[in-house]
Design a protein around this ligand. Sequence first.
Ligand SMILES: C=C(O[C@@H]1C=C(C(=O)O)C=C[C@H]1O)C(=O)O
Length: 338
Amino acid sequence: MAAEFPSVAAARAALLTGEVTAVTGAFGFDSTGKAALLAPHEFGETTPLRSRPVDTVVTDRDITPAAVHADRVRAVLDAIDEGRVGKAVLARTLHLTLDAPLDPEALAARFTPGSDAATTTAFAVPLDAAGRVGHWLIGASPELLVRRTGRVVTCHPFAGTAPRGTDAVSDRAAVESLRASDKDLREHAFVVDSLVDALRPLCCELDVPDAPRIESTPAVWHLATPIRGVLADESVTALDLAALLSPTPAVCGTPTAAAADLIAEIEGSRDFYAGAVGWCDASGDGEWLVSIRCLELDAAHTGVTTWAGGGVVAGSDPDAEVAETEAKFRTVLTALGL
Ligand SMILES: C=C(O[C@@H]1C=C(C(=O)O)C=C[C@H]1O)C(=O)O
């Protein structure tokens, strides 16, 4: 049985004392809360995942209604007007009940590159260490929170989204309007500014492009900014960086604490959604993804919970926010064969 760590602090201590040579797993939206981190016996050895078709039959479905989400967006717009936050990211929750259990690793394989839901890195994390016995966090996030390789730190934040078009012409038009969207550029700048503020004191070099570029998943276009820094102090590990940077304003908001309070008031607890998934070894190297475009499978493996969110800033349109969540739900729904 691999060692399990129910918090980032416990995993960090085990790495520091040399008790383990690596940790892998997930921590939640609240990085100080319950985590599901473990030390695999043979770190680095993974079983190749094979994508198999799934025949999913949904027997029950419960989603945050579009009208409720639109009202919540209006509530955030009011909070922005009142000066409580500059940006907050609101998410809808979708619960599905399936007629037959899903195999967690076979489902994760449905997210791997080349599959219909392909984005970047697929993961399947058992959540037992966090007390969610038998539950799994499964998905494929396109968003790199942070990677540390020696002294080099890389972040690749996304913020600002447009649903993909249905044909080449509308898809191109979606890119052009995203590139020119003042609202999306402001949404994006909150994230880059916050990462730069957090990294600047830790880095002796920091390269930040002047303007975001466009990247895609099969479901959406995003504004993205690759950030590269060189650590002044090599003792700062990838896990330290992930816990420091998460949640970024890509999934939370600005200021962080005020946005997290607003989200908790409106949505309730997010658990593992919008936290981080990844690994860190004893040298401090590691890689953490933002846990979005993912689902939690319950202990019976028939209950699925998934989330889709988007950033709200002054000028956001409630109906467009609803449409953005519909597009983002596609990644998980496609993986489920729905
Ligand atoms: C919150 C999500 O996505 C995040 C929010 C984005 C946005 O508001 O434009 C874009 C990418 C992600 O950083 C999600 O997919 O649930």
